[in-house]
Design a protein around this ligand. Structure first.
Ligand SMILES: [Zn+2]
Length: 499
């Protein structure tokens, strides 16, 4: 009998302090959510778990149904109606009958009336089909809940940041589930949580304790102790009762794996807890960081110095229009700078209206107030020449999200003389050189490149940089976790409380 798989993607990293709304149209990399065959077409051949599931099904000659593929840039909570529009097609597909469900979820999705969207999705499928094998691949920035674990069969996640292993993670999840269907493994899961929120600026394997924990997890997989061991260093900008560092381990119950899974999981979390101080990020003052970057650029021409504007990253819910770091770059008169991207549809409209080659004066950015953290939007007065106008569409070359077609909306480049600024209508975290090259700028030839990003920029821009300087501006992805008015977070929790 040919197997029938339901394969679906519903992803949102919800920053509950973000000023950005999450309408249904925001899902789908700029083109809205995709349903049915369009869902498959949008993700087939891409570096994503969904694509891995599709490849696995093809190799098994299984029938595949793809009810929905929907992924939004991080922002605030979606409405119940938006969530239902994404989940109901998935429920219908499961109700129609299948041998397994393979889900590509985030792990930090919050909706207006539910703090645990992924838990709700899997629980609803479990009600429809009590014995159905359900596999879930999660983002690294997951706040894991017991509800999700209770109702899933296999859960694994990414183990890189930037997330360049999304496809491999999906393939690992899918293969374990296929083994369960074949009867060659009997998956059993152990998970745990610690009262610890880790600054995202300290999540990368090379920056904090995560690297050693991930290396231990790999050893436990390689020697056959467990099938998959996943560290989930949390998404601290979602205020929920289950926010915090967690781990989940899958082992084979037929080989006595239950105890091994618990032991491996406990060791991973013990290391995270013992080294919790290393998950705290402390940023120098902005002016000092920009001055340091300026000096580095003057001392080492030939490859750009990256200035990382990490407090306003749309890849974690930022407005992408806070101008603090740009203003400081202009004030200190850095020369030969490329900046991307500032999201400001009104400024784009002014530049498009003027046309390429024309001189314009603009109030740039600062359109967005951030009441959750008491920050008022402040535009920056700039003037210069409109250097380019594009439709903002390009295909990502990778290594992250390779093959995805992305849409910045209409895009215009302002050249102030010292600085070239890419201004877009839609959000986009710069992790691929295409954000510049599609608009005719080669970032490799610049002395300085400023990016609104936290860690993902390293995927495309790490290899071209001479130096990297993190610049603390302002916004809802601030690494200083004390700026957020948490209400639902379990307390006490490190580092907000003495522990
Ligand atoms: Zn992530």
């Amino acid at each position: 009998m040919r197997r029938r798989y339901v394969v679906a993607l519903i992803k949102h990293e919800t920053n509950t302090f973000s000023p950005i709304a999450t309408p249904l149209a925001s899902f789908g990399h700029g083109e809205g959510p995709a349903f049915g065959d369009a869902a498959r077409a949008a993700f087939e051949g891409t570096a994503t778990p969904m694509a891995a599931y599709l490849d696995l099904a093809r190799a098994q000659n299984a029938e595949v149904v793809t009810p929905v593929a929907a992924e939004s840039w991080p922002s605030n909570k979606a409405s119940r109606a938006t969530f239902e529009a994404l989940v109901r097609p998935l429920e219908d597909a499961v109700r129609a009958g299948c041998d397994a469900v393979l889900l590509d979820l985030h792990g930090a999705m919050v909706i207006e009336d539910c703090d645990d969207a992924e838990g709700e999705i899997v629980q609803r499928l479990r009600r429809i089909a009590p014995d159905l094998p359900i596999a879930v691949t999660l983002d690294y920035h997951t706040n894991l809940s017991g509800t999700l674990v209770d109702h899933a069969t296999v859960i694994t996640g990414y183990r890189t940041y930037p997330h360049v292993d999304m496809y491999e993670a999906g393939m690992r999840t899918g293969r374990i589930l296929a083994g369960a269907l074949d009867g060659t493994v009997l998956p059993v899961m152990a998970w745990g949580w610690r009262p610890l929120i880790a600054s995202v600026m300290r999540h990368a394997p090379e920056d904090g304790p995560s690297g050693d924990i991930l290396a231990f997890a790999r050893r436990m997989e390689a020697d056959g102790t467990v099938l998959a061991a996943t560290l989930l260093p949390s998404f601290p900008h979602a205020d929920t009762p289950h926010t915090g560092v967690s781990a989940i381990v899958v082992a084979d119950a037929r080989r006595g794996g239950r105890e091994d899974a618990h032991a491996v999981c406990a060791h991973m979390l013990d290391v995270a807890w013992e080294r919790r101080a290393e998950y705290v990020f402390r940023a120098p003052p902005l002016a000092a960081s920009v001055a340091r970057a300026k000096a580095l650029g003057l001392a080492s021409p030939g490859a750009p110095v990256l200035l990382i504007d990490h407090c306003d990253n749309c890849g974690s819910g930022g407005a992408q229009d806070v101008m603090a770091v740009v203003a400081e770059i202009l004030r200190q008169q850095l020369d030969d700078v490329a900046i991307a991207p500032i999201r400001d549809p009104q400024a784009v409209a002014v530049m498009v209206g003027a046309g390429v080659g024309q001189h314009v004066r603009l109030s740039l950015g600062g359109r967005t107030d951030m009441p959750a953290i008491g920050l008022k939007g402040t535009p920056l007065e700039v003037e210069g020449r409109v250097q380019a106008i594009t439709d903002g569409t390009f295909t990502i070359e990778g290594p992250m999200y390779t093959g995805i077609r992305t849409h910045l909306g209409r895009t215009a480049v302002l050249d102030t003389g010292r600085v070239e600024i890419v201004v877009t209508e839609r959000p986009h975290e710069p992790f691929d050189l295409g954000v510049f090259t599609h608009a005719g700028i080669d970032p490799r030839t610049k002395r300085y490149v400023m990016l609104k990003s936290r860690i993902h920029y390293r995927a495309g821009f790490g290899p071209i940089a001479s130096h990297i300087v993190e610049c603390a501006g302002a916004g809802v992805t601030n690494a200083d976790l004390s700026v957020y008015p948490y209400r639902k977070l379990p307390r006490p929790i490190f580092p907000l409380d003495p522990m």
